[in-house]
Design a protein around this ligand. Structure first.
Ligand code: GAF
Length: 388
């Protein structure tokens, strides 16, 4: 059995054990890594994530009342909420808040949402910056939309799931993670313009080029993530106001020196420089992938990391150590992926050097006394879908 089938079987078995019947269906949605384009989504900019093989599977059956009973294997608990709870953002907290948030967002958009019994199993590691919350939102949204025959085009689903997270769960994220979990395609990275929401599936065949994308979980303890994230977002938005543009997306690399000269705070100047140069790096990465030159994206990844470390100041010693060790061991490029302050590092490496690079990172961690990293290599996988 493949990993996905095993998860689906576990979700269905748990459903039968808890609710005494087989589920009406099963739905899956993946976690993601972002190849490049960090903290650009809420600046109306560009991102290039791809979906992981790791995913969250929901088994579900509708019920006749506005009542949602949800069991999570990872959390080891079952929660129940009703329409009143779902109507009040923040009422359901923890992992259940992402489920209640999706119900809230659907109701708020005027849809009839079926009550349901659900079980949730997942192999997306939580707290590793791989979008386990977006995977949960996307799996629940896909399940409820199917069960309720809700007329909700797939184009509109990422924004609805993002509202669940922004308004119900209180995390001021951009749209990248929900878009990745819902819209990604196997074998491709998702080039998303976060202003127009126009998207293009860019073939990304690292294996075909003899390469692998190594995903290294830094194991760094996440500290103050939501607060620091919100502070970065606020700094970007106030810089855009100071520059008289709708969003930092509107500052071009050519216009950057003039924009920076108009800002008097050095920290804000560096935040702006990160966003503007990062957008440009996404565009250059897409151009290289369109030309089929996968190894050439390495230096852009490494430059992205330097920008996150020095200008946006969202890295921590563990991720910097992983990036440096991977590069010293021969990676074409390496960078932290996701919101920052911990999480995962991506390294683009020769396929036959995966173990050597992972060993080099592990050795560097041992020298620094860090908790040993865990790692896997990832191929671009499919977005949210019903399972057969
Ligand atoms: C987190 C957020 F949820 C995304 O919206 C994005 O801003 C990312 O951090 C940084 O690029 O994953």
């Amino acid at each position: 059995m493949t990993g996905r089938n095993l998860l689906a079987a576990r979700a269905a078995a748990a459903f039968e054990r808890l609710y005494g019947e087989a589920p009406a269906g099963r739905w899956a949605a993946p976690g993601r890594v972002n190849l490049i384009g960090e903290h650009t989504d809420y600046n109306d900019g560009f991102v290039l994530p791809f979906a992981l093989p790791q995913r969250t599977v929901v088994a579900a059956t509708p019920v006749d009342a506005p009542l949602w009973t949800v069991w999570s294997e990872q959390a080891g608990e079952q929660i129940t909420f009703d329409g009143t709870d779902a109507g009040k953002p923040g009422q359901v907290t923890g992992w259940g808040g992402y489920v209640a948030g999706v119900v809230w967002a659907l109701l708020d958009a005027g849809h009839q949402v079926p009550g349901a019994r659900l079980t949730v199993v997942s192999d997306v590691p939580p707290g590793a910056g791989l979008s386990s919350s977006a995977a949960l939102e996307a799996a629940v949204l896909t399940a409820l939309a199917d069960l309720g025959r809700i007329d909700l085009p797939v184009d509109d689903r990422p924004a609805l799931a993002q509202r669940a997270e922004n308004v119900y769960a209180g995390m001021p994220c951009g749209i990248m993670d929900q878009a990745a979990s819902i819209r990604c395609r196997a074998g491709h990275a998702l080039f998303l313009d976060c202003r127009s929401l126009a998207l293009e599936h860019i073939p990304f065949d690292a294996a075909g080029a003899g390469l692998a994308v190594l995903v290294i979980d830094s194991r760094a303890p996440h500290r103050h993530v939501t607060g620091e994230y919100a502070a970065r977002r606020a700094a970007c938005e106030s810089a855009a106001r100071a520059l008289g543009v709708p969003a930092l997306r509107d500052v071009t690399t050519d216009g950057l020196p003039v924009a920076l000269a108009r800002l008097d705070d050095d920290v804000v100047r560096r935040r702006v420089r990160h966003v503007v140069t990062e957008n440009q790096r996404v565009l250059e990465t897409v151009a290289l992938l369109r030309a089929g030159d996968v190894p050439a994206i390495g230096p852009l990844m490494t430059a992205s990391h330097a920008s996150m470390r020095d200008d946006f100041e969202i890295t921590v010693p563990e991720v910097d150590t992983a990036v440096e060790a991977a590069l010293s061991a021969g990676a074409y490029g390496a960078r932290m992926t996701g919101g920052g302050f911990g999480g995962c590092v991506l390294a683009l490496v020769d396929a036959d050097r995966v173990d050597a690079v992972a060993d080099a990172v592990t050795a560097a961690y041992a020298d620094r006394g860090f908790t040993p990293p865990v790692w896997f290599s990832a191929a671009p996988s499919a977005g949210a879908a019903a399972l057969p």
